[in-house]
Write a protein of this length. Sequence first.
Length: 123
Amino acid sequence: MYKFDVASIPVLQADTQAAVAAADDALLTNAVLLSSILQTAKTANLPINVTQDLYGNMVEGSVKLLEGREQLRKSVRMMQAISKRNPDAPEALGCPWDPPSASARQLKPSANEDALDRRKLTE
């Protein structure tokens, strides 16, 4: 069984929310930049070999931002799995995804969910 410092939970929740917001802001900023680049390149009449590489780099950057966001999502899910396995864990209020209700915590997870949670905790 894990021991949670109750005072650290609100900090963890706020930091998690801030990290998700920062990931979303980075993705949005990248999209706005791509739009600006497209407009500027169009008015500058740049050749296709230049714009292809430029656009490709921007899209690749977006994909990497999404990959980082996915890793963040997985980390949040792992934190929730840890919390679900500990009856003394504090409520997951303020998490980016809805926390399980008290009645849902008492329900036994499906075999697939249980195996997934156990595997993630041991990885």
